[in-house]
Design a protein around this ligand. Structure first.
Ligand code: AMP
Ligand code: MG
Length: 304
């Protein structure tokens, strides 16, 4: 995590931001046993009352499930846990185990989560995991903290999530590198200001089984297995961190064709989707701000 803010109150704003991140982590961590999400996930009786903040974030997450037709599924904790992604103790569950768990948190079930006056009701066997949206949401709140402190230029780097407030201190746009999902370094860079640039990749967290198959931390809620499609990495660019964060995960799950359809429908984000055949699929307006590193064997395809 790296917070870079410029202005008179930068120091104070950064400690406030740091404090906020710790507070949010204490609310939504799946592993801290006094977090609100932990309590929800352990409970057998509902509804459970949570803080306003937790309920707002969960509502936002469910809205992203709706927009993405369930590809973004914040209720997959039983599955991520079973595969060992939550504690880095990876294993391949049996088909039976997966089938048993996925019925309670299947893509079609997110709509059954109820939120009324900060009171949450989950289906039996359902457990929440806001890992696909939490960092982006945190970034949005930090931007608000910065604004309240009068800061006009800042870069927030929450590991794969970049959020920009204004331009660089010297008035020029920021240059943000896009990670090469196949190896070291970047595939290229984009020029941006006042934007969220959020990436999801199989390279972030994965394990390789004895027979050499790679299993990544992004789960397909239709079947309970790590996503295994043509996509290697997704970057979503737009105004809101929470929106782009959830979308980066969702586009990965839905695959390139549906991602293009959603882009055409929503019209309020851009993407770079790197596919396994080393094509950099990039939406048209973003392509004007993107420069590919010349020495790599990637081809660029502009999506119109
Ligand atoms: P990201 O790196 O933003 O794509 O988020 C990945 C994290 O989101 C994972 O580590 C899980 O905690 C969670 N996750 C995995 N699959 C999904 C999914 N289909 N929808 C929502 N969150 C997911
Ligand atoms: Mg995400």
């Amino acid at each position: 995590m790296k917070l870079q803010a410029y202005g008179q109150n930068a120091h104070e704003a950064n400690s406030q931001a740091q404090e906020y991140i710790n507070k949010l982590e204490d609310l939504i961590s799946t592993t801290k046993n006094d977090s609100e999400i932990y309590k929800l996930n352990q409970s057998k009786e509902f509804p459970i009352e949570v803080s306003k903040e937790c309920s707002v974030l969960l509502k936002y997450a469910l809205n992203m499930s709706e927009i993405s037709d369930g590809a973004f599924n914040p209720a997959l904790y039983p599955i991520t846990k079973m595969w060992g992604f939550t504690q880095d103790n990876y294993k391949i569950p049996s088909a039976g185990e997966i089938k048993e768990k996925i019925t309670n948190c299947h893509t079609a079930e997110w709509a059954s989560i109820k939120i009324e006056d900060n009171k949450i009701t989950l289906l039996p066997g359902m457990q929440l995991d806001l890992g696909g949206i939490g960092k982006g949401y945190a970034g949005d709140q930090i931007i608000e903290i910065y604004k309240a402190y009068g800061i006009k230029s800042a870069l927030i780097d929450l590991g794969g999530n970049i959020q920009l407030l204004g331009k660089k201190n010297n008035g020029s746009e920021w240059t943000i590198g896009i990670k090469n999902p196949f190896g070291q370094g970047t595939i290229g860079q984009i020029k941006a200001s006042d934007q969220a640039i959020i990436s999801s990749g199989g390279y972030e967290r994965y394990f390789i089984s004895e027979d050499g198959k790679k299993y990544i931390h992004i789960i397909d809620g239709q079947n309970g297995y790590p996503v295994d499609n043509e996509i290697e990495a997704v970057t979503v660019v737009g105004k809101s961190g929470a929106y782009c964060d959830a979308l980066s995960t969702a586009l990965f799950v839905m695959g390139l064709d549906k991602a293009i359809d959603l882009w055409k429908k929503q019209k309020d984000f851009d993407f770079i989707i790197v596919t396994k055949d080393k094509t950099v699929n990039i939406t048209s307006s973003l392509s004007k701000r993107f420069t590919l590193n010349g020495d790599l064997a990637f081809q660029v395809k502009t999506i119109k």
